[in-house]
Design a binder for this molecule. Structure first.
Ligand SMILES: [Zn+2]
Length: 144
């Protein structure tokens, strides 16, 4: 084998390597988007849970607001399904693994946030006090 052929092969591999890296970056981006969406999903589900709990506790009803959360959760779930469809099952499983890995780390933070109820944020629409991580105003239903 002459030197030129070896050089050619080297270039070929370098080219393949570059494409593989690009591919990986693209997959990584999709996976990062899914992880981000799943974070949003968990947050929305937690907010909905907190809302339903506080409504039930006060024997109140606010179906339009509950519906808004459900609509948002549906939307996020659809987005996750759409993103996952562009990944192989193995890659999608990898994302689930990442998300489940992150869950225990998020747990200790939650009680701390609840211990200090943040009343300093207010709704830009009606001025009602809203909790820091609320997605909608509990009073007028504006998206925050
Ligand atoms: Zn409001």
């Amino acid at each position: 084998m002459d030197f030129n052929r070896i050089k050619e092969m080297g270039l070929e591999y370098a080219e393949k390597g570059k494409n593989a890296a690009l591919d990986l970056a693209e997959k990584g981006k999709t996976q990062a988007l899914i992880v981000n969406e799943q974070g949003k999903l968990l947050k929305a589900q937690r907010q909905l849970g907190a809302l339903v709990y506080s409504l039930a506790k006060g024997k109140e009803e606010n179906q339009p607001l509950v519906d808004k959360y459900i609509e948002m959760i549906d939307h996020i779930e659809q987005e996750i399904t759409r993103l996952k469809a562009s990944l192989t099952p193995a890659e999608a499983a990898e994302v689930d693994y990442v998300v489940h890995e992150e869950e225990p780390a998020a747990e200790p933070e939650a009680p701390a946030a609840e211990a200090a109820p943040a009343e300093h944020k207010s709704c830009p629409q009606c001025g009602a006090p809203v909790s820091d991580d609320a997605l909608f105003c509990n009073k007028c239903g504006a998206q925050l």
